[in-house]
Design a protein around this ligand. Structure first.
Ligand SMILES: Nc1ncnc2c1ncn2[C@@H]1O[C@H](COP(=O)(O)OP(=O)(O)OP(=O)(O)O)[C@@H](O)[C@H]1O
Ligand SMILES: [Zn+2]
Length: 629
């Protein structure tokens, strides 16, 4: 494809194939009028038709020959070259001109639309300002945005767009992040928080320090990613291309056989050559060939504009067939910012318990650890040095305080350590049934107490689950948390299934098992659950803006931290699938009607050309719908 070249044409009239088709069409129409209404002789009209054919056909004829020589491929253009030559040989100049003009125009419109659609995401770059208010030695200076370097500070006034990614140094404002996340609700941001290029500053001025140069800010990376995705074809699309490579030569061969018949048998050559011409036109798979690419391109671009990055046609195809969605719990179905709700001691006082617990957790990045440390600090409880503290993945932490080895973690961890929990089971289960996560503190000899921590379920989670069920999708929760807590949360959300107490490996196995019954989408944060994301038919990371690791790890990245985007993604996938199917069925029906009626002599060459090109344009127009939901 000559994609790069096409990008430069902002209007169809300057796009050479279309410009040529238009000029050729005007000449052909005038000639047609002269021939039929003014009865002007063919010594004048034939050369005029030939001029129209040369102008209208020059580009695609050259392309067809190039494809044959360079790529050893018999393309549709090659079929049309033979058809035009056949018509010309028969002296059917008006029909030959109609063929050249209509084929050229349809092809031009298709390529133009296709390239516009594929590159639709580029228009986002226009939203990024070209200039920045660089602050140097306290003075403001207007510089081109692309000269900004990491560490430069710049002002963003109210109503202006942010020139490149950065961190707010001073100021507090709401930003419209829709160019990056597809989310139109403004987001409040203050000092220390990240802002993205092209997002629009709301009510007050901000001083921002650049964290990326213009060329590798989030928006530029999104565009690059989506453009790469556009190159990646899905299975159906590749199958279609292979089919085309076999089908077109067969059509050409059949037509050539028809043309040879009269020379061998001495039959009426004009009759057979005309049949061959009609066959070439009727059987050319234009609509079939464009049916999938246009739907895929429109789907990927449409999704990208909503902040849904689908990394390739294969994943868009997958989205359309997903039967099960597996959700990580913490940070996906919940906000991932749990808070301590209960502290229950079995022996010493609460402060001593919290002090040990927070000390053991101080180096851990687990959300539960953060919750405990924040709670302790909020109550002015001092942290002690905890030596050799170690994370026990999926179960807790351990460390030495005052030369004693302490454990903090799930009840299961203590069971595994062989510690009797019976005396506390009922209180633990009560807390868990309320949807809280219980962690215990103790050593091999005694239990000191427990801390209950609760994460808030996302506000729209239950609604999203309901809508997914409405789309016919099964929902499953996968979590490392205990089954009582998990069950309670799943119940509140109305989910179909829960798998609890899973270690990262167990999550991978759970995904494999779910995939046995159908294509499965795994939704997570893309940071801790990368193995499960990679195993699933499709891995989707949420809230990916600002976390490069998540964008990389996922097949589909949702820039916004919003569960509703999953519904949008599913709808786009299903729409793309429906539209692709419609297009293919439609194209096959057209072929099934045109070929027999053409060869059977029911329609003329001109008629075949007209129906053929019209069906191609209809397939393009229909395909464009796949980006809209
Ligand atoms: N740093 C920690 N401090 C205390 N307990 C922990 C810690 N890390 C893990 N645990 C215990 O192990 C369990 C499983 O943890 P894991 O990190 O696998 O899952 P999770 O964060 O609870 O849930 P999800 O799998 O949904 O993200 C936790 O519920 C908790 O009981
Ligand atoms: Zn996929």
């Amino acid at each position: 494809m000559k994609k790069k070249k096409e990008n430069q044409f902002h209007s169809w009239i300057t796009y050479p194939p279309l410009r040529n088709a238009l000029i050729a069409a005007i000449i052909a129409l005038i000639t047609f009028g002269m021939e039929y209404f003014l009865q002007i002789s063919s010594t004048i009209t034939t050369p005029m038709y030939i001029i129209a054919i040369v102008i209208g056909g020059y580009l695609w004829v050259r392309e067809g020959i190039e494809e044959l020589i360079v790529e050893h491929e018999i393309s549709i253009s090659m079929l049309m070259i033979w058809a035009t030559s056949g018509a010309a040989y028969l002296g059917m100049w008006d029909e030959a001109a109609a063929l050249v003009v209509l084929y050229g125009a349809a092809e031009g419109i298709e390529e133009y639309t296709f390239s516009k659609t594929r590159n639709a995401i580029r228009s986002l770059l226009d939203l990024a300002p070209k200039e920045a208010r660089l602050v140097r030695n306290g003075a403001e200076e207007i510089v081109p945005a692309e000269t900004l370097k990491v560490g430069d500070r710049f002002n963003v006034l109210p109503g202006e767009s942010v020139p490149t990614d950065g961190i707010i140094i001073t100021g507090e404002s709401s930003l419209d992040e829709s160019p990056v996340t597809g989310e139109s609700m403004p987001v409040k941001k203050k000092a220390g928080e990240k802002v993205f290029a092209a997002t629009i500053n709301g009510e007050s001025a901000l001083l921002v320090e650049a964290t990326t140069a213009f060329s590798d800010n989030t928006l530029s990376r999104i565009i690059e990613l989506v453009e790469n995705a556009q190159e990646q074809k899905g299975h159906a699309q590749m199958w279609m291309e292979r089919f085309g490579r076999v089908y077109s030569p067969i059509v050409l061969l059949s037509a050539i056989l028809l043309m040879i018949v009269p020379f061998v048998t001495g039959a009426d050559s004009a009759y057979w050559i005309e049949k061959a011409v009609i066959l070439l036109v009727a059987a050319a798979p234009c609509a079939l060939v464009i049916s999938l690419p246009i739907a895929m391109a429109a789907g990927i671009s449409g999704a990208a504009k909503r902040g849904i990055l689908i990394k390739g046609g294969a994943h868009l195809e997958h989205l359309g067939v997903i039967e099960t969605i597996a959700f990580d719990k913490t940070g996906t179905l919940t906000y991932g910012k749990p808070k301590v709700t209960d502290v229950i001691t079995f022996q010493e006082d609460e402060r001593a318990l919290l002090s040990k617990a927070a000390s053991l957790e101080q180096y851990s990045t687990h959300p539960l650890a953060k919750a405990i440390v924040i709670y302790a600090k909020g109550n002015n409880i001092p942290l002690l040095p905890a030596d050799a503290s170690k994370t026990l993945i999926g179960s807790g932490v351990q460390g030495h305080i005052d030369d004693m080895l302490w454990y903090l973690g799930s009840p299961k961890l203590f069971e595994e350590l062989g510690i009797e929990l019976k005396a506390h089971t009922s209180i633990i289960e009560d807390l868990q049934s309320a949807g809280k996560t219980v962690v215990l503190l103790g050593n091999r000899d005694q239990l000191l107490g427990l801390i209950a921590i609760q994460d808030t379920i996302r506000e729209n989670a239950a609604n999203v689950i309901k809508k997914l069920h409405g789309l016919g999708i099964k929902t499953v929760m996968l979590t490392g948390d205990n089954s009582k807590t998990a069950q309670r949360v799943a119940e509140q959300l109305g989910m179909d299934d829960v798998r609890a107490s899973l270690k990262p490996d167990d999550k991978v196995n759970a995904i494999k098992e779910l995939m046995k019954s159908g294509p499965t989408l795994m939704v997570g944060d893309g940071v801790n659950d990368a193995p499960a994301l990679a195993t699933a038919t499709c891995g989707m990371a949420m809230g990916a803006a600002g976390t490069d690791a998540a964008i990389e790890a996922a097949d589909i990245a949702l820039m916004a931290d919003d569960l509703n985007k999953i519904i949008e993604a599913m709808k786009i996938g299903q729409k793309a699938r429906r539209v692709s199917k419609q297009n293919i069925v439609f194209a096959i029906i057209i072929l099934a009607i045109l070929i027999p009626s053409g060869v059977g002599g029911l329609i003329s060459v001109a008629m075949a050309v007209l129906v053929h090109e019209a069906s191609e344009l209809l397939a393009v127009a229909n395909g464009l719908r796949s980006g809209k939901i």
